[in-house]
Design a protein around this ligand. Structure first.
Ligand code: BGC
Length: 725
């Protein structure tokens, strides 16, 4: 970033709400250009063009950050695009910054609502050594664009014949340039393209196209129509029990693309909007509906795929594919809860639950570096972490356990997977402030004085209105305090700082937890739930882990299924299989009746659902108040598939797979498992196959790494190469 700091912020002199504004400037070049670079950003989302041609392949730039503190600037090499006579345009639409009613479900706060603005600098370097800088300012033209309506939840209206009849000069205004930073996160770009699988006429007579995959993106379509016709595309994730188009779960999000025809043929796609969908419905469509005229374009952050998993059970493979699609759908610049309804927010709890699996599936180092910088920027002065980051709800007085703990869990996992120590150094202060906040809200070692989401969506207390009943909230909160303190203590040690006091406070809390919630190594009857046992085991809180794990195993086998929500689910299988109950863990994994991971697979899911029963056996749905079919949280089970079914584990003392522990867990119901992770060291692979009750293992260790293989309780050290056992 250099010359943009000398440019001026510009906006429209008209009130421009929920629509596109286009800023432009014509300029001539009279000398030979050796290099040209454009720096640009906007309040809203922008697309830059030079002489009508798109600059770069970024979409939804400048991405979503804590705009109060940080706004990313993109820099593009545009040398090849400059001619003698040029027009540069910057189209800006509301996006996350300026959409009316953004975050609407949370009390109609019109959170992001604001006017659109842009700032940019084009630097031209000439062969004669001179430099010319063209910056945004009052000499730029400003007009309304063809996206006559654009809103992050509702979608857009594109009027192909629209022309602003009264363009004007842009209005210069004062705004802090200190918020400008160089792009820190991955760019968001178009990824794969999917053709419709089927054209359906529903019982209601609707014309619906099925793309066969729930995804995040938009549809490109060919359209002619007749002049003035408003063709409407609506988006949906599922069809209802009768086979009709179902949008009730989108709540207030209209999620439509409206194209106003001019009678000429167009190939069109969204410029500033995205949707979560598998099906589209066409209305006012006078053209013949042909599959080849529609393509779904998947969009997400440009992450490199690193992980793979396959086994002999096709249902588990489908589950894994659904997890990958859940990540694609929700890693669009920010880790979101869901991509479809009027929410699409950076929920901290969801992100921390999934970060480990996410970091094996894809290279998410840079993605999380950016999001965690926003998390630190939005942390309040009193140490709390807002429920969603970027914090569009404004500062929250409270931090919910297991949500706010993203402040410790996420950086620590990024450190473990990629050995990024700098991120830990940057995070120390925020971890400290957060733990201090908890301490001021604790009594005798129990975090007892805050509001919490609890074991969100568990099945212990269940009625649809009661997502957070079940496991005692202070028990969960204290367990997370203990866990976050452990991470903070490790982080301090890593940075060469003293952690004695942190460990001492942690120890006190452990004793308090045992006193309050446990007796004889078991969770006391009045507090007993699967999640309570999972936390006491997995966070090492119990003084008799074997006994608590036994209690957990009894609970699961007695009822025959899981009952855990967001808090217990990510660790449930680990807590079982780490303590000798691998068979029970596999029972849960391979179960396909409700509630289970494979239930949704049996029901034809192509992504991970928010609820264990987002859709029921008879096709009826969970309450419309909160029902997403693309919520990655329960996809956290992928970290058990990599780490236990295939047995690829990180050694915390040598992170980023410099030393690997291979400890696969076989099960008679599977004949083979293979998984691999493209790590910073190279490809790590684990495979096993069983034939005639004989199991063969093969482990791949990359150059520069070593590994310990643990099979039947015996350890063997191995070096780089492919090893068979
Ligand atoms: C979101 C979640 C989130 C939760 C908070 C929901 O509306 O979709 O995934 O974590 O609220 O409990």
């Amino acid at each position: 970033m250099k010359n943009i700091l000398n440019a001026q912020w510009i906006k429209s002199p008209k009130v421009a709400v929920d629509r596109e504004v286009v800023f432009s400037k014509e300029f001539k070049v009279e000398k030979e250009v050796v290099s040209a670079s454009l720096e640009a950003t906007a309040l809203g989302v922008y697309l830059a063009r030079i002489n009508g041609e798109r600059v770069g392949d970024f979409i939804f730039s400048p991405g979503w950050t804590s705009y109060k503190h940080r706004l990313q600037v993109d820099t593009y090499d545009v040398t090849e695009m400059i001619k003698d006579k040029n027009t540069i345009t910057l189209g800006v639409a509301p996006g996350w910054k300026a959409s009316n009613y953004f975050g609407r479900h949370w009390g109609d706060r019109q959170l992001g609502f604001n006017e659109l603005a842009a700032i940019c600098a084009l630097t031209l370097e000439y062969a004669d050594g001179e430099t010319e800088i063209i910056t945004s300012g009052g000499d730029w033209k400003c007009e309304n664009g063809k996206n006559v309506y654009s809103n992050i939840y509702n979608g857009y209206i594109y009027s192909s014949a629209y022309k602003d009849i009264s363009p004007s000069q842009a209005l210069v205004f004062e705004k802090d340039r200190n918020i400008l930073i160089d792009r820190q996160g991955e760019k968001v770009v178009e990824q794969e393209r999917l053709s419709p699988k089927e054209i359906i006429i529903t019982p209601k007579g609707e014309t619906v196209l099925d793309f066969g995959q729930n995804l995040t993106g938009y549809v490109e379509f060919k359209i002619k129509g007749s002049k003035g016709e408003r063709a409407v595309i609506s988006h949906a994730e599922v069809l209802d029990a009768e086979g009709n188009f179902y949008t009730a779960n989108l709540r207030g999000a209209k999620a439509q693309a409206v194209f106003v025809c001019d009678g000429k043929e167009h190939i069109h796609k969204a410029e500033y909007n995205f949707y979560g969908f598998r099906y589209i419905r066409l209305e006012n469509w006078s053209d013949e509906v042909k599959k080849e005229n529609f393509t779904a374009i998947v969009v997400h952050s440009d992450l490199k795929r690193t992980g793979s998993f396959e086994c002999s059970d096709e249902r588990v493979n489908k589950l894994f594919s659904n997890i990958i699609w859940g990540q694609k759908g929700n890693f669009l610049d920010v880790p979101t809860d869901c991509p479809q309804r009027d929410e699409r927010l950076g929920w901290t709890g969801d992100a921390q639950v999934f970060v480990k699996a996410a970091s094996y599936n894809y290279d998410v180092e840079r993605f999380f570096i950016k999001w965690l910088a926003d998390l630190r920027a939005d942390q309040t002065g009193w140490g709390t972490i807002p429920h969603v980051i970027p914090a569009v709800f404004g500062p929250d007085d409270d931090s919910s356990a297991a949500w706010a703990d993203a402040v410790t869990i996420c950086p620590w996992q990024i450190y473990l997977t990629y050995a990024n120590k700098a991120l830990i150094e940057e995070s120390l202060e925020s971890m400290k402030k957060y733990l201090e906040f908890i301490e001021t809200h604790s009594r005798n070692g129990i975090w007892s004085n805050s509001w919490h989401f609890g074991d969100w969506l568990n099945l212990d207390g269940s009625s649809p209105e009661d997502c957070s009943k079940g496991t005692e909230k202070n028990l969960i909160a204290t367990a997370y305090y203990i866990y976050s303190s452990e991470i903070y203590a490790k982080a301090l040690a890593l940075c060469g700082e003293d952690n004695a006091e942190v460990l001492e406070k942690r120890e006190k809390s452990i004793l308090a937890f045992r006193r309050e919630y446990m007796a004889d190594g078991r969770i006391k009857p009045e507090y007993t739930t699967q999640t309570a046992c999972v936390l006491a085991v997995h966070f090492g809180i119990s003084d008799d882990i074997a006994e608590t794990a036994k209690q957990l195993n009894e609970l699961v086998t007695e009822c025959g299924h899981l009952k855990t929500g967001f808090v217990g689910t990510p660790y449930l299988l680990h807590a079982l299989s780490d303590n000798g109950y691998a068979k029970t863990a596999y029972d849960l994994l391979l179960r396909e009746e409700y509630p289970s991971w494979l239930f949704s697979v049996k029901m034809g899911a192509t992504t991970i659902w928010e609820h264990w029963d987002s859709m029921r056996e008879d096709g009826s749905m969970w309450d419309t108040s909160m029902n997403s079919f693309n919520h990655y949280a329960y996809g956290s089970v992928a970290d058990w598939l990599y780490g236990d079914a295939a047995g690829i584990k990180i050694d915390e003392s040598k992170p980023a797979f410099e030393h690997i522990v291979f400890a696969p867990l076989t099960d008679g119901r599977l004949t083979y498992v293979k998984a691999s992770i493209e790590t910073r060291k190279g490809l790590v692979k684990s495979e096993w196959k069983t034939e005639n009750s004989n199991t063969e293992y093969e482990f791949t260790v990359p150059e520069g790494a070593t590994a310990t293989v643990i099979l039947d309780g015996k350890s063997t050290e191995i070096g780089a190469g492919v090893h068979k056992f």
